[in-house]
Design a protein around this ligand. Structure first.
Ligand code: SAM
Length: 242
């Protein structure tokens, strides 16, 4: 069970996106919980402002420290009161300047009980509050988006599907791409022939050992061709691989 808390200026965006399909059903069952906290609700500005000009000039507005900090405090206080836990939740700031997100990071974060995601908008967030509350800075790739909401949704999705019970079949998270360091093998469903293309015979044989051997071979071929960097890492760990 993981409780995801997303600090954002656009709560409806993340709630709609994340309460759909597999994650929506997992939240209904109580395997995960996802709450979006509206940073604007915590501003002390009487006009509801959460951003201001940057010192030193430059284009665009910056999210101010006060509402971000107070929204964070509200989550931390709520977690420690409700769960009687000490308040050591990891706080992940989504930023193009962070470490690039990957499956290994998702596996590491899936061990936590409480995760707080901080979504920036406009030009980002006042550095002082980041210094005070953030434990991890994570990017979803070398490009700049308008806000941290989509990156937070990407991360929550990838982490949540590793929580026991979220996927119908927990095994699928292990056999999928990156689970064992390789890309997944090709897969087929009915009919046996489609557009004159036949499903590989071995998959119809009922011989599980042969199917497993074929799948591993296909994974290796595919990884070597598409992701030579992953293939080399795999070979270092499995020197028997040709
Ligand atoms: N001024 C910032 C910079 O140059 O590093 C970019 C700010 S961006 C326009 C606004 C917000 O979108 C960021 O605070 C961050 O939360 C989010 N964001 C944008 N691109 C991202 C990425 N590749 N990964 C994670 N978050 C991103």
């Amino acid at each position: 069970m993981i409780n995801f808390h997303i600090l954002t200026l656009f709560p409806e965006m993340v709630m709609q996106g994340l309460h759909t399909s597999i994650l929506g059903r997992a939240a209904e069952r109580g395997d995960i919980s996802i709450e979006a906290v509206n940073i604007r609700d915590y501003t002390t500005n009487k006009h509801g402002r959460v951003d201001d000009y940057t010192y030193g000039g430059g284009a665009g507005m910056l999210m101010q420290a006060q509402p971000v900090y107070d929204a964070y405090r509200a989550v931390i206080d709520h977690v420690s009161q409700n769960e009687n836990k000490n308040k050591s939740a990891r706080v992940i700031y989504l930023t193009p300047q962070g470490k690039t997100f990957c499956q290994e990071m998702a596996q590491d974060l899936a061990k936590e009980e409480e995760l707080i995601f901080l979504c920036g908008h406009y030009e980002g967030i006042d550095e002082r509050v980041l210094e005070e509350i953030v434990t991890d800075e994570v990017s979803i790739g070398d490009y700049v988006l308008t806000g941290g909401e989509l990156p937070a949704m990407v991360m929550v999705d990838a982490i949540a599907r590793l929580v026991p019970g979220v996927l119908h079949n927990d095994e699928s998270a292990q056999t999928e791409s990156f689970g064992n360091g390789l890309l997944e093998y090709p897969q087929y469903s009915r009919p046996e022939i489609w557009h004159d293309k036949q499903v590989p015979q071995v998959l119809l044989s009922g011989d599980h050992a042969k199917v497993d051997a074929w799948r591993l071979e296909q994974s290796l071929l595919r990884t070597r061709e598409r992701r030579p960097d992953l293939y080399e890492k795999y070979r270092e760990k499995h020197p028997e691989t040709t």
